[in-house]
Design a binder for this molecule. Structure first.
Ligand code: EPZ
Length: 413
């Protein structure tokens, strides 16, 4: 299994370009099941989750079945279920895998499909029919899916995308209320509308969809993945910590206002210009409290990188994770590196800074904690080792060579 070896303590300098968004590309790829022909995809990031989605789609088209082994690896496999159900009338799938950051239930999806007329059968993990001790689900809609007025209990991002895609092929109108507002949902709706769907309000809490009654879309207009806002935010934090001068190209500033606001408050120095941003290391960072929230609030996917920044800021920063209940487990490693972070409960941590960090062997990250480990290792004196980097490769394209191009000492072994 590959590891990263990172030698810290070097300043970074140069230009780095933001790649295509993973979380915008994954639902758009799943949406290809809603099309007569395969639409063209541009600017897809070359990352493990996108490769897995490609494998899942290939098998699904050939066999009308979801590959359980692959689906278990990525949460985004759930995005295929709605389009597959709408197209084939039935589908079987396992409880989706992905980052271990909390319980990650799928009740919002199941309730939505039931409301639209699907029959849902849950096969528990201990049943004789279960495969590899994971629960799986059998969904069928023999008399088709009908548009409904549905309110999400919690505004789930992939839940909103999943039901929005299902509603595109259902008959009649669907209203999704308390929908998530993340930009990836608006990007998906834009792509589908360009190809004949009728979706209004994506990017707001209420989405209206006129279903086609089963008529498939024509794939005339390509999907071009927008820049990845989480990668962009992470590189901005990196620059505020370690850059002599870093130019970040394709920076979608309007999608990152909660982060840039928090960084300004912390005293970080950066300047926007059209679609790029330049950032310099700020030697006198101040403590700032952040609380993760649904978009346009502070993104949970930027919480771990921001916590690394807080270790270098003067004073006590409260990091409050409100979306996932298991997303602070990386903190024990930052403390081993010399950070002074008190975990108050599974949701809140107080970071006392600034503290120098020392090199360490870092293990078991999720995608975003993995990037935070790279930031911490680049700050630390000495040579750190980061294990299980498959998790990092799931979300960031060639992160090692891109960081080397701006002067980082990071190698894959
Ligand atoms: C998406 O996950 C992203 N994944 C995540 O990015 C991101 O962290 C998350 O949204 C929040 O922004 C993709 O887009 C592929 P949710 P998702 O459903 O959709 C609860 C990364 O690193 N909930 O919006 O799975 C859930 O437990 C990943 O790129 C239910 O209760 O997140 C959580 O508390 C990690 N029932 C809250 O909703 C449900 O049926 C929000 O989760 C579904 C969700």
């Amino acid at each position: 299994m590959a590891n990263f070896i990172v030698k810290g303590g070097k300043f970074l300098e140069g230009e780095i370009e933001i790649g295509g968004s993973k979380n915008a590309a994954l639902p758009a790829m799943a949406a290809s099941l809603l099309f007569k022909n395969n639409p063209e995809f541009r600017n897809l990031p070359k990352i493990e989750d996108i490769f897995r989605m490609g494998e899942l789609l290939k098998k699904l088209r050939e066999t009308k079945e979801i590959d359980f082994e692959v689906a278990k690896k990525i949460r985004a496999s759930i995005l295929l279920v709605g389009p597959a159900l709408a197209r084939f009338g039935k589908i079987t799938f396992p409880h989706p895998g992905g980052c271990v950051i909390g319980a990650r239930p799928i009740d919002a999806f199941l309730d939505g499909w039931k409301a639209m007329g699907a029959a849902v059968k849950e096969i528990p993990p201990d049943s004789s029919k279960s495969i590899n001790s994971i629960p799986f689900y059998e969904l069928s809609a023999p008399s088709g899916l009908k548009g409904r007025d549905y309110t999400f209990r919690v505004p789930s991002v992939t839940g909103t995308e999943g039901l929005m895609m299902t509603a595109v092929l259902a008959s009649g109108s669907t209203i999704l209320r308390n929908a998530a507002m993340e930009p990836e949902i608006a990007h998906l709706a834009y792509f589908l509308n360009k190809n004949g769907a009728d979706i209004k309000g994506a990017g707001t809490h209420t989405i209206n969809i006129e279903g086609s009654g089963g008529a498939l879309l024509e794939g005339k207009y390509p999907f071009s993945a927008p820049p990845d806002r989480i990668e962009a935010g992470s590189f901005l934090i990196l620059g505020a910590l370690l850059a002599k001068e870093l130019l970040i190209k394709n920076f979608a500033a309007e999608e990152l206002t909660a982060l840039t606001g928090a960084l300004k408050e912390a005293g970080a120095e950066f300047n926007f210009d059209k679609n790029f941003i330049s950032v310099k290391r700020s030697p006198a960072l101040k403590a700032v409290n952040v609380k993760t929230k649904e978009y346009p609030g502070f993104a949970t996917d930027l919480q771990a990188p921001f916590c690394v920044l807080a270790t270098q800021a003067k004073g006590a920063s409260m990091i409050h994770e409100t979306i996932f209940e298991g997303r602070l487990s990386y903190i024990e490693y930052l403390n081993k590196m010399g950070a002074k972070i008190t975990l108050c409960d599974p949701y809140r941590a107080i970071v006392n800074g600034p503290t120098p960090l020392r090199a360490w062997t870092l293990e078991r990250p999720d995608i975003r904690a993995g990037l935070a480990f790279i930031l911490a290792a680049l700050l630390a004196e000495g040579e750190s080792k980061i294990g299980n980097i498959y998790q990092i490769d799931r979300g960031y394209e060639a992160i090692d060579s891109r960081l080397r191009s701006i002067g980082a000492a990071i190698k894959r072994i």
